[in-house]
Design a protein around this ligand. Structure first.
Ligand code: URA
Length: 254
C-alpha cells in the first residue's frame, strides 16, 4: 500500500461528503481525533495509517503489517507469476492452514528486497511503503547478509592473490556494464573452502552470482540470513512466516 498523504480537512470532506466549511466547524468543535489526539488544524497531514475518528465513528484505521518469511528455493519473489508459486501464494496457503493471520490483507503486501527463485532465507513483506523505502535505499546502508556455497574451491584456482583476491575485489566494488554502475563496497568472509558470507548494502539483479561469476565460480546455494539487525528466526521452518514484533520492526535499521 502506498503511503498516501492527505490534508485532514480534505480527507474528512471526501469521507463524509460534506463541504470544507462544515469540516472546519467540526474540527473547531474538537470532534475529530487523529491517533487519539484531538485534531483542530485543518492543514494537518495524515497518511494511510493515521487512525481518524469523528464523533466516535472510525473513518480510517488501516494497520501496517511487517512479515518475515523463510523463503524456500523454487518460490518466486513476486505477487503474481504464471509459471511458479509466489511468496504470496505461500502466505495464502499457510494462512489457511493456520486459520488466518490476524486479518492481514495479503494483496496489500509488497516485497522488501527480492530473492532469486533459487535463493532461500529471510524475506520481508509489508504494506508500509515508507518502511520498505527506508530499508532498500542504498544510501541507508542497511546490511544484508548472505551465506553462499560455491562450486569451486575458494582457496585455489586462477585467482590472483588467492582468497585475498576475492575479498579485495568485493570490497573495491565491481563495474556492471549493463547498469553502468560500480557496486558499493561489499564484505566477503571466507568461512571454509566452499562457503562464504557476503554482506551487501544494495540489491542489484543477481548481484552475488554476478560477483562470483567474475571469478568463474558459480553459486550453488544462496541463503539470506539477516537484514540490518534482524536475523531469520531459527524457529521458522522453511516456507513458514510470522509477523515482526514492534521492536524488531523499529530496530531493524537502527
Ligand atoms: N544476489 C543474488 O545473486 N541473488 C539473490 O537472490 C540475492 C543476492
Amino acid at each position: 500500500m502506498a503511503l498516501a498523504r492527505n490534508r485532514l480537512d480534505r480527507f474528512i470532506s471526501q469521507e463524509m461528503d460534506i463541504n470544507k466549511r462544515d469540516v472546519r466547524l467540526i474540527l473547531a468543535q474538537g470532534r475529530v481525533t487523529v491517533d487519539d489526539v484531538i485534531a483542530k488544524n485543518i492543514e494537518q497531514i495524515i497518511d494511510t495509517f493515521s487512525h481518524v475518528i469523528l464523533d466516535g465513528k472510525t473513518l480510517q484505521n488501516n494497520m501496517p503489517y511487517y512479515v518475515m518469511l523463510n523463503k524456500p528455493i523454487g518460490v518466486v519473489s513476486a505477487t503474481k507469476d504464471k509459471e511458479h508459486k509466489t511468496v504470496i501464494d505461500l502466505l495464502k496457503e499457510s494462512d489457511l492452514e493456520r486459520g488466518g493471520a490476524g486479518g492481514i490483507d495479503l494483496n496489500d503486501l509488497h516485497i522488501v528486497g527480492r530473492l532469486d527463485l533459487n535463493s532461500s532465507g529471510l524475506l520481508l513483506l509489508t504494506n508500509d511503503s515508507r518502511w520498505s523505502e527506508r530499508l532498500t535505499q542504498p544510501e541507508k546502508k542497511v546490511a544484508k547478509v548472505y551465506q553462499v556455497v560455491l562450486q569451486n574451491s575458494l582457496y585455489k584456482g586462477h585467482i590472483e592473490n588467492g582468497v585475498e583476491g576475492y575479498v579485495e575485489a568485493f570490497a573495491n566494488g565491481m563495474y556492471f556494464e549493463y547498469e553502468n554502475i560500480t557496486t558499493r563496497p561489499a564484505q566477503l568472509k571466507i568461512l571454509s573452502e566452499f562457503v562464504a558470507q557476503v554482506t551487501l548494502v544494495e540489491g542489484r539483479y543477481h548481484q552475488i552470482k554476478r560477483m562470483f561469476g567474475r571469478f568463474r565460480n558459480p553459486v550453488v546455494k544462496l541463503h539470506r540470513v539477516s537484514i540490518g539487525n534482524l536475523s531469520l528466526d531459527n524457529n521458522l521452518s522453511v516456507g513458514n512466516f510470522r509477523l515482526l514484533t514492534d521492536v524488531e520492526m523499529d530496530n531493524i535499521d537502527s
